[in-house]
Design a protein. Structure first.
Length: 357
């Protein structure tokens, strides 16, 4: 059986750290906590789980801090988590089995990252990350913000998921880091333009976000998946700016990079036609979303709502507008599988049940 070192960088995580460590303490052989300047009880909590608590002077570079945390590992493999991550019970069992059966020649194991959950426990955003890496390969973290591990060699894909349960969100921290890069005159990579656009969009700076996404799309290098979502998120910005035709063009543009229709694009086109009261066209695009088979090994962002409850709820609206009440009722019922107590689902059910009777 292989051994695992857990490596974490933390700062002022007294509210979350114990929850994270409780979910992983029985699965790893070593816990390394690297504190970057906590002023609360984070260090004391960490010491309840391990005597391997280290200190790192924060310099604003997440990649450097993560690389420093890896330097303390002594076991076969390194697992990294953030304080607001947890490993759910079912995934603890999967990880334990993986640990017992992992071939030591494997360089990295990718795992799902459930980066968002709704109030019903449905995953709202997921993607894969190289999560368990062989220590002796000395893989390094790269990037100023939204860091990534530069991994190569033998990589296997597991069905283990790490679940992100963030309690707070710093809406401007990453944006400040990018602003400092601009002030220093740093050259932005295609990836930088994409994630800078995301930060601008989340901070409601839509016109600037569009320019960042267009810089990503125009770059000769960069990942096609980032370019696909640059188009998708650019469309979202145009929607917020009430420029529907530019929104539609951006959605169609995304096909250049996906090479096929994907739920994130087709549901948004459904929304576009629904707002125009072209219900027949909207139905076509929502049904397209439901017909697409998702790739379980997809590395880029995946938003499961667009291939599950969301198109069903929107189809309910479309069929109601067309006075096809039974079909509206049926789609609302399918949406209720995912959102059983959602006010809209309950309202639709009561309204349509009265009409059908």
């Amino acid at each position: 059986m292989v051994t695992i070192s857990l490596c974490m960088i933390v700062k002022n995580e007294e509210l979350l750290l114990a929850r994270c460590l409780d979910s992983v303490v029985d699965l790893v052989d070593e816990i390394n906590i690297i504190d970057t300047g906590s002023t609360d009880n984070t260090v004391q909590i960490a010491k309840e789980y391990t005597n391997r608590v280290f200190f790192y002077k924060w310099n604003g570079d997440f990649a450097a801090a993560r690389n420093a945390s890896f330097d303390h590992a002594t076991k076969d493999y390194i697992l990294y988590l953030d304080a607001d991550d947890v490993i759910e019970k079912k995934d603890q069992l999967k990880l334990n089995k993986l640990k017992e059966t992992l071939d030591p020649s494997v360089d990295s194991v990718s795992m799902y990252y459930h980066a968002g959950l709704d109030n019903y426990g449905n995953v709202t955003l997921k993607y894969r990350r190289n999560r368990l890496v062989k220590r002796t390969r000395n893989f390094k973290w790269c990037g100023d913000v939204h860091n990534y591990l530069k991994v190569h060699g033998t990589i296997i894909h597991s069905d283990v998921a790490i679940t992100h349960k963030k309690e707070k969100h710093s809406v401007s921290r990453n944006l400040d880091i990018y602003q400092k890069k601009i002030e220093r005159g740093d050259t932005f990579s295609a990836r930088d333009h994409f994630y800078y656009g995301n930060e601008l969009r989340e901070n409601k700076k839509f016109n600037r976000a569009i320019k960042a996404y267009e810089s990503n799309i125009a770059s000769e290098d960069g990942w096609s998946e980032d370019k696909f979502f640059s188009c998708i998120f650019k469309a979202d910005c145009f929607k917020m700016l009430e420029q529907p035709e530019e929104e539609r063009k951006a959605l169609i543009e995304s096909l250049q990079f996906s090479k096929k229709i994907r739920p994130e694009m087709s549901c948004r086109l459904g929304d576009y036609y629904l707002r125009k009261k072209d219900y027949a066209s909207a139905i076509v695009w929502y049904n397209e979303s439901l017909s697409i088979r998702t790739d379980s090994n997809q590395w880029s962002f995946s938003f499961p709502a667009y291939s599950s409850w969301y198109p069903h709820l929107q189809l309910c609206v479309c069929y109601y507008k067309l006075k096809q009440y039974q079909q509206a009722f049926d789609h609302n019922k399918k949406a209720s599988i995912y959102l059983p107590d959602h006010p809209k689902v309950i309202y639709n059910h009561e309204l349509l049940a009265r009409i059908i009777e």
